[in-house]
Design a protein around this ligand. Sequence first.
Ligand code: SF4
Ligand code: SF4
Length: 76
Amino acid sequence: MSYAITSRCAGVRDGACLDVCPIACIHDAGAQFVIHPDECIDCGACAVACPAQAIVEGHEAPGALAYARAALHLTP
Ligand code: SF4
Ligand code: SF4
């Protein structure tokens, strides 16, 4: 499982999560940022840093996981 960014990121997009991710698996997908679900190591640092509480564990937001896979052109 991985962490996932919900639509609460849109409109904030401050990049705070990028600064703390140890493996640089967060990407700008235009409307919002997304986490590469196959690379995320589940450290949770981004969730703590996000001022919008937009980052949750993936199992809590299957739609956000699917959005990330589509945005990164990954197989569903
Ligand atoms: S949980 Fe850790 S590895 Fe995964 S996206 Fe957030 S900071 Fe990066
Ligand atoms: S820290 Fe939160 S609001 Fe800021 S870019 Fe990352 S997910 Fe979006």
